[in-house]
Design a binder for this molecule. Structure first.
Ligand code: CP
Ligand code: NVA
Length: 319
């Protein structure tokens, strides 16, 4: 049975811990090639720097061959139905990695493919980003139970993936957003009623930032929302991660941003470049964590005998 990664909730808390052990393992063992002889289809309906390059490099480092497919090239939903693309690519490749507008298109690909499908961002969520963020916090010693993660700005796809994580890990997650820019109601309800994390939405960024362990922000205008840019810039005025806002957080707090950033809009240039910022660690960790995601969903047994089972898989792949 194939295993997709469309949401953080496709993994349990213990599987995520295991995934991070695999990430560490892969960082120090570059001879491991579980994708040897396999190709990966990368479907991108939206622009990308980090996601595209980290997946292309990651597939290559795992021994596979990445094939980039743009919307102009394949016309998903226009030239051809997503379900037909899924069935076709399943016959050529070992995994489908897709960045799409509609989350329902991703689910259609997953339903009709016989190979694993990975969410590389949709309008609803960005689970690869948030798993890399969580790994970054773990490496910095900041992934404590009840850590206060404060997101300033739009209740967008990044926030939705954080809500999914708060459904399985006891975080104190606070979103400071203007009314009308709240996250997906179902994911919010799920996170608030799971009884695991504490999840709040407030209007005032300073109130939210008080004693924060992490200040996180993202663009006010996500890809696909360009027509709303003027209205959004007005609505989010004041929702900026600035040095003043940072002074309300804990002295050893970290500042996160998934990038690309709009300097002096949602975050000041000084904070983005300042000593609290870990934005490039986050970006680098996309590569390491995504390699582990690919290894896991492609079915390698990641147990207590990690080194042995991974090396055995490698030997099988090359025989
Ligand atoms: N953070 C992120 O996903 O960046 P890209 O849009 O450049 O892939
Ligand atoms: N919320 C942003 C994230 C980019 C990585 C967007 O969807 O455009």
């Amino acid at each position: 049975m194939k295993r997709d990664f469309v949401s953080i909730l496709d993994f349990s808390r213990s599987e995520i811990e295991e995934l991070f052990s695999v990430t560490d393992f892969l960082r120090s063992n570059n001879e491991y090639k579980p994708l040897l002889g396999k190709s990966a289809a990368l479907i991108f309906q939206k622009p990308s720097l980090r996601t595209r390059v980290s997946f292309e490099v990651g597939v290559h480092e795992l021994g596979g061959h990445p094939i980039f497919l743009s919307q102009e090239g394949i016309g998903i939903g226009e030239r051809e139905k997503a379900k037909d693309i899924a069935r076709l690519l399943s016959r050529y490749t070992g995994v489908i990695i897709a960045r799409l507008f509609e989350h329902s298109t991703l689910l259609e690909l997953a339903e009709h493919s016989t190979v694993p499908v990975v969410n590389a961002l949709t309008d609803l969520s960005h689970p690869c980003q948030v798993l890399a963020d969580v790994y970054t916090l773990k490496k910095l010693g900041k992934l404590r139970e009840n850590a206060k993660i404060v997101f300033i700005g739009d209740g967008n796809n990044i926030v939705n993936s954080w809500l999914e994580f708060a459904t399985i890990f006891p975080l104190h997650f606070v979103l400071a957003a203007p009314p009308g820019y709240y996250p997906d109601p179902e994911l919010l309800k799920k996170a608030q009623t799971a009884g695991i994390g504490k999840v709040e939405i407030v209007k005032d960024p300073s109130e939210a930032a008080h004693n924060a362990d992490v200040l996180y922000t993202d663009v006010w205008v996500s890809m696909g929302q360009e027509k709303e840019a003027k209205v959004r810039r007005k609505a989010f005025k004041g929702y900026q991660v600035s040095e003043m806002l940072l002074s309300s957080a804990k002295p050893d707090s970290v500042v996160m941003h998934c990038l690309p950033a709009h300097r002096d809009e949602e975050i000041t240039d000084a904070v983005l470049e300042g000593s609290h910022s870990v934005v490039f660690e986050q970006a680098e960790n996309r590569l390491h964590v995504q390699k582990a995601i690919l290894a896991k969903i492609l079915g390698f047994k990641l147990d207590g005998k990690l080194n042995v089972s991974l090396r055995t898989s490698q030997a099988k792949a090359s025989s």
